[in-house]
Ligand binder design. Sequence first.
Ligand SMILES: C[S@@+](CC[C@H](N)C(=O)[O-])C[C@H]1O[C@@H](n2cnc3c(N)ncnc32)[C@H](O)[C@@H]1O
Length: 350
Amino acid sequence: MDSPEIPPSDRREERPPASLPLPAAFLEFLGENGLDPALYSKADTIPRYIRLKPGMESSVVTEIESELKCDLMRVSWLPDFYAIPPEIQIAGSKAYQQGKIYGIDAASGAAILALDVQSGDHVLDLCAAPGAKLCMLADMLGSSGSLTGVDVAKHRLAACRTMLQKYSLGDRSRLFVADGTSFSILPVNSNLGSMEAFVGIEDNGSIFSEWTSKRSWKDRQKSKKAKAAGSPHLPSTSEPELIYYGKDSGLVGLQKRYVLHPSTDAAACTSGYDKVLVDAECTHDGSIKHIQKFEFWGWKTLDRRVLNVERTGNLLHLQLGLLTNGFKLLKTGGSLVYSTCRCVSLHMQI
Ligand SMILES: C[S@@+](CC[C@H](N)C(=O)[O-])C[C@H]1O[C@@H](n2cnc3c(N)ncnc32)[C@H](O)[C@@H]1O
């Protein structure tokens, strides 16, 4: 007897179950979102990706192949991206230690590509840490324009600073510890005509001199206070804290109050960012490797971190806040890309 035709909506039932012992609540959540649980047991078949720092000679590829003992498969649609087998670790390799390659997902590359960064753009990355996308943005920017990275978690943003320095990509960058839902500092723009008035005026140390890793007494007191309060994250009312700026970020020689003053929505329309990336905090359920970690962390943790209704509600609120503010900071004619680890990438232009 012929087997009856199965309507597409029921075909999911036929798929083999995931070999991970996913908890019932998570299976239900996947079902509600039309996602196949079998996906979550396939991490060992998904390649890893690396990005070769642009400008490297092609002979470097052969060198890296022999060092990592695997083929580097060029990703045709993503410049400088290569797929490598999932079991290959890059952290111990010379190529990684010397800043010739870094690990970054193809999905992250796709989000940056969609932003279409051009040399001379003023670019804002509103959730920048730990910084793989930030590095790619800095590379795309080339030798003019600026890059501003914002993240609410200072220790994570410090990792961005380390990355920018390691890959020599920080010259046009500045990094602010700030709440991305209310951040309102605009790029240092050549079209703010009165800028000359602020340049070079000595004002009791309130002018930016070249950035140094040595922290001032005031900064050290600030971090002591934050530590004592037990919070790694700033309260939303805190002032943005600039933890890094490069020598060509446009800040050196400018008065601090000129750079750090908050903007209005009207000013952003004319002097805002050309490109904004909102790579928002999310539940991470779209990251197969991330979900696999809960086998070790315990599925109860998954309930608490991913499925908890209060947390997902708060996340939605946060994501909307980040998206709304990112949009406000765009210059007229600029573009914004919104992405999460579920690879949803939304491109908007005003
Ligand atoms: C998905 S991660 C970003 C990944 C990053 N774009 C990259 O490519 O490495 C989300 C980031 O958003 C940050 N975040 C959470 N709430 C935030 C807020 N209110 N403002 C700014 N950043 C926030 C988190 O600290 C986290 O580093």
